[in-house]
Each structure stands twice: as C-alpha cells, then as structure tokens.
Design a binder for this molecule. Structure first.
Ligand SMILES: C[S@@+](CC[C@H](N)C(=O)[O-])C[C@H]1O[C@@H](n2cnc3c(N)ncnc32)[C@H](O)[C@@H]1O
Length: 186
C-alpha cells in the first residue's frame, strides 16, 4: 500500500491526468516522467518539456518518439524562462522532479532561487483547477536548501486561491524526499 514517494506521486498524477490535457514537465532529465505523462494524456494531449542539458532534450525526444508520440515540444532552457513560451491560464498540470540526474553530473542540479522563480510562473500558467506536482530531495546540500525554500514558498500561498498538501514518510530522516501537491482554484 505505502509505496516509494515517486511511485505515490505517479499514482496521484495518473488519477488527475486525462487524455487531451496540456502538461509541462519542467525537468525532463532522462524522459521517464515525460513518457509517463504522455502515456496518461495520450497523443491528443500536449507535453511541453524543459531542461538545461542538451542530453536531456535528446534522450527525452528519442524516448517519446520511440513510443510513437509526436505531440510534444522540448526546450533546452532554464525552466525559470517558461513564461517566454507559455501563456497564463493555459496548462492543466506542471511537474517538477527536482535535483540532479542520478546517472549524470551531480553538479548540474536545480537550485532554490531559479526553482522558486519558475514555480511562480508555473502557477500563473496553470488553468483554474490545474495541478502542480513537485518532488524535492533534501538529501544533498543544495537540495536541502531548495526543499526548504519550496516548502516555505508553497506554504505561504493564499489558501483561498490554492490548496497545497505535503507528503513525506513520517518515520524517516529529514533528508527523505518530499512531495508537494498544489491545486489552483482561480
Ligand atoms: C531529477 S532530474 C529529472 C528526472 C526526470 N524527470 C526523469 O524522468 O528522468 C533533474 C533534471 O533537472 C534539470 N535541471 C537542473 N536545473 C534546471 C533548470 N534550472 N531548468 C530546467 N531543468 C533543470 C537537470 O538537468 C536534470 O536533468
């Protein structure tokens, strides 16, 4: 019943995501989350992906194409620039899997300042009823600062406009992953 936090996040996403939705993956990495999202929203749904690493864009492109998907667009850029590509109130869900690629350069990691900047823009681009899914990893040095800042930022959201829920194991150390779910009402 109680699964790994990433699997738990995916089961919640699976409940929410429907064919035809438009979804942003703000950290595409190796493309596993992107493929999962596409399998939920189908070819009628559009995936928009961001990553700062060219390899992430290439790998994800290849992974999605291999499965026959075409309705996606991937940008090699910092996700804090997502408003250059996306209009406000147009997106059904935004997904962040923070940190670094376990198989890649651990110095190429998401950082508190740009993540918070990006989250503000992600909330703006969500439609009313849209969902933000953020998984944070406080187990490494910059990830600890980032997870705390993400927590502080999301906890301070206006509760009339957003519902925010935090999930983590109750009997694991403070460095265990954290999942934040935010629903935009208007
Ligand atoms: C934990 S990995 C993502 C895993 C991925 N979702 C998957 O399914 O494989 C984090 C990714 O965030 C990317 N990243 C780091 N800083 C970023 C930024 N400012 N904007 C966009 N992507 C960033 C890294 O290059 C890395 O690929």
């Amino acid at each position: 019943m109680i699964q790994k936090l990433t699997a738990f996040g995916q089961s919640l996403m699976k409940t929410y995501l429907k064919p035809g939705m438009t979804v942003i993956d703000a950290t595409i990495g190796n493309g596993y989350d992107a493929l999962f999202i596409k399998s939920c929203i189908g070819e009628s749904g559009k995936l928009i992906g961001f990553d700062i690493q060219s390899k992430a864009v290439e790998t994800t492109h290849h992974r999605l194409q291999k499965e026959g998907f075409e309705n996606f667009v991937l940008y090699q850029t910092d996700h804090r620039h997502l408003d250059d590509f996306i209009k406000d109130d147009t997106i059904d869900a935004v997904v962040y899997n923070l940190g670094y690629l376990p198989s890649g350069d651990h110095h190429v990691t998401t950082l508190a300042k740009s993540t918070i900047e990006s989250l503000k823009k992600a909330l703006d681009c969500l439609k009313p009823g849209g969902m933000l899914f953020v998984t944070a990893y406080p187990g490494h040095e910059s990830g600890f600062e980032e997870a705390l800042k993400v927590k502080d930022y999301l906890e301070a959201l206006d509760s009339k406009r957003y519902h925010m829920m935090q999930c983590r194991y109750g009997n694991q150390p403070a460095c265990a992953p954290m999942l934040f779910l935010t629903e935009k009402h208007f």
